[in-house]
Design a protein around this ligand. Structure first.
Ligand SMILES: Nc1ncnc2c1ncn2[C@@H]1O[C@H](COP(=O)(O)OP(=O)(O)OP(=O)(O)O)[C@@H](O)[C@H]1O
Ligand SMILES: [Zn+2]
Length: 675
């Protein structure tokens, strides 16, 4: 299959906001309060927790004259023994002939575990009331009281009933006030709980080993260039403020996850030789109102004490969302935190040498107040790296990896469009791990390719496929691949595999020659033809259909629909926008919220046009595959033998010349088949 993986998020980097976890210490303290509570109540009622005894035992004790007084309410009797009684008795040696005292009824809450000794007890009266009980008790000198046995003073009762609640509430109030005060007196160790403390990670550049410099950042040169000025400023503030200018206060780094925003911020600090205070905005917001603002105060205070310095706030969108956009509940805490950041930023004169860098991947949700002059008024976009950039990033990350001579980083860069810096780092790491597992002394090109396949598609899946299924999959993949070779304008095919992985039963990789930003119509059609090639090959060879083309069909339809509704590539419809801009990548359809802004006739026309494009491409695919049947069979034979074939093997097996150098596509070209 030759679909394309058009997901905009490279694998493994979901864009999620972390939910702040309350600090562990908080729970420890909470437990301590409960403990204190328990100690106090057991001090107030020392050892007097009543033991629950069965009614028979109670009668027996009364008969023996060991009960001094009782108090009864309903069917419950509380009482006091003269001498402490242990219940249940410590394993009474079973005496022959003497049956166990019959249970009148099960005693609720009767301890079944270890026995306890106490001078007070409770017991339940049997439902068939023992008429002689009163007489019996009086005869045995038991005082029948009007006051509950366990009732102490009024104060004790109150404490017993409300103490725990009062303590817990007190604890919360105390903690909250501490936290809220923090900013003012943060110097005092940041508070007992550290709740109001910023928890900022500080990276000092003293330890050269961890120092990050621009050397470590590659492939995002434009962003880097913009930040060089900030470095200059931090190194030599006077030079810039001499004529009355003020420094930039805040820089917003905008870019997809893993593009190196954090890395850039660290590098700025490293280059300037200033301390770097980093914190994720999600961490500001705790479960307790007011803590976020206190943490902001503390963070800025620390930075001010160490100026010049850099403050880095990651995921600022977690608190910087436009007011009114946040979910009810989190709103006021978020607002307070945001407000505190604004206040702090307004507070510096711009000469102290503190620069706040913040990162986000969704700049459009940010509150406008954050973007005003004097705040985050500089914006630096950190783009996904292009091919040259990817190669440079790979070079950075292979510095510590022993490479075999056959490793071709340029080719890897070419095969990884859409990868971020973090993805590339991961690729190098996976390749190194794979090579180690294979007991190699160096990392080979094949390790990289296998690692890439694993990253994009998931690990190999041991599926037991019948030879017939295997052959069909081989024909399907070969169909994609052959069309990738013979359709003018298609991306060159460099690897075909019928090893099941993740969701895919097989995969055809095509490699764009360059990163593209603009796509000719002919190229898009070539792509649709290639996508439909899997099914077309099955039809040509077997004349029957399978579910294996679902993903191909989905992608082809999306692409065709975009051609019609967004890119003005249908004569019948013309240059009218009928669907919103989806994600900037191909194949991803946007959606208008609510109603369609066009008539039913237009809807019909769109469907017809999409149909037409797909059908034309399908016919083309069938025709080309029939024409190149020999090449198709050749590739299938190679695949069945080797399961995975590389570029040279493909050319050999098909006897086709390499595709004329042409177009490209932005993302990895893979399809996943979900049967
Ligand atoms: N341009 C790059 N050059 C070299 N390494 C990079 C680059 N971009 C990312 N990396 C690597 O990827 C890792 C993760 O990147 P980083 O945390 O800086 O991304 P980010 O943009 O801050 O991501 P997020 O938005 O998820 O916080 C870095 O530690 C670095 O090793
Ligand atoms: Zn397919």
């Amino acid at each position: 299959m030759n679909g394309q993986n058009t997901s905009t998020n490279p694998p493994g980097k979901p864009n999620v906001q972390r939910t702040p976890m309350p600090p562990r210490r908080f729970w420890l303290l909470f437990a301590a309060v409960l403990l204190v509570n328990w100690v106090i109540s057991s001090y107030l009622f020392p050892g007097d927790a009543p033991v629950t005894v069965p009614y028979t035992e109670f009668r027996e004790q009364a008969g023996a004259g060991n009960v001094s007084s009782i108090y009864s309410r309903g069917n419950t009797i509380e009482g006091r023994f003269k001498n402490a009684v242990t219940w249940p008795p410590a394993k009474p040696a079973a005496q022959p002939g003497q049956p166990e005292a019959p249970r009148v009824r099960p005693i609720p809450g009767e301890p079944r575990g270890p026995s306890r000794t106490a001078t007070t007890f409770t017991t339940e009266l049997p439902t068939f009331f023992d008429k002689d009980l009163e007489r019996f008790l009086i005869d045995h000198g038991v005082e029948i009281g009007a006051v509950p046995i366990n009732q102490g003073s009024l104060l004790a009762t109150l404490l017993y009933g409300f103490g725990p609640a009062i303590l817990i509430i007190g604890f919360y109030v105390w903690m909250y006030r501490r936290a809220a005060k923090q900013g003012g007196m943060g110097g005092m160790g940041g508070g007992v709980f550290g709740l109001g403390r910023s928890k900022a990670k500080r990276y000092d550049n003293a330890d050269a080993a961890n120092r990050v410099t621009f050397e470590d950042v590659a492939g995002i040169d434009e962003a880097e260039t913009e930040l060089v000025e900030i470095v200059e400023f931090l190194k030599n503030p006077q030079k810039y403020t001499r004529l009355g200018g003020t420094s930039p206060k805040g820089v917003l780094l905008i870019g997809s996850p893993g593009t190196g925003k954090t890395l850039l911020a660290k590098a700025v600090a490293g280059e300037a030789g200033v301390p770097f205070f980093s914190m994720s905005a999600a961490e500001f917001v705790e479960m307790i109102v007011g803590v976020g603002a206190a943490r902001v105060r503390d963070l800025f205070k620390q930075a001010r004490e160490n100026a010049p310095a850099i403050i880095f706030i990651d995921e600022i969108d977690a608190i910087g969302r436009a007011r009114g956009q946040v979910a009810i509940g989190g709103a006021s805490e978020q607002e307070q935190t945001l407000q505190q950041i604004l206040t702090e930023m307004d507070g510096f004169s711009g000469r102290e040498g503190i620069i706040v860098l913040a990162a986000t991947n969704t700049p459009d949700v940010l509150d406008r107040a954050l973007l005003r002059p004097g705040r985050f008024d500089r914006r630096v976009v950190v783009n996904l790296p292009d091919k040259a950039g990817r190669e440079a990033i790979l070079k950075v990350h292979v510095r510590k990896v022993p490479l075999a001579a056959d490793v071709h980083l340029e080719e890897l860069a070419q095969s990884t469009p859409g990868f971020s810096g973090a993805d590339l780092k991961n690729l190098v790491n996976e390749a190194a791990l794979l090579a180690a597992r294979r007991d190699e002394t160096e990392v080979h090109h094949k390790d990289f390719l296998d690692a890439l396949e694993k990253i994009v598609l998931g690990p190999e899946r041991p599926l037991l496929l019948s030879p017939d299924d295997k052959e069909r999959i081989a024909y399907h993949e070969s169909g994609h691949a052959i069309l990738g070779l013979v359709v003018p304008g298609a991306d060159p095919v460099h690897r075909v595999s019928i090893v099941p992985r993740g969701q895919a039963l097989g995969v055809t990789y095509q490699r764009p020659q360059t990163d593209r930003y603009n796509y000719p119509e002919a190229y898009l059609r070539a792509r649709i033809i290639g996508m439909l090639g899997g099914r077309a090959a099955e039809e040509v060879v077997y004349g029957t259909k399978t579910t294996g083309a679902e993903n191909d069909i989905e992608q082809a339809t999306n692409l065709a629909r975009n051609m019609v509704t967004r890119w003005g590539m249908s004569e019948a419809i013309g240059m009218v926008q009928l669907a919103p801009r989806g994600n900037a990548y191909l194949g991803q359809a946007g959606a208008f919220g609510g109603e369609k802004p066009f008539s039913d006739e237009t809807a019909k026309l769109i469907d017809d046009e999409v149909q037409r494009i797909i059908q034309e491409c399908h016919q083309q695919a069938l025709r080309l595959l029939r024409e190149h049947r020999a090449a198709l069979d050749g590739l299938v034979r190679a695949l069945l033998e080797k399961e995975t074939v590389g570029e040279q093997e493909i050319l050999q097996a098909t006897g086709l010349p390499p595709a004329p150098e042409l177009q490209s596509r932005p993302l990895h070209d893979l399809t996943q088949h979900t049967p």
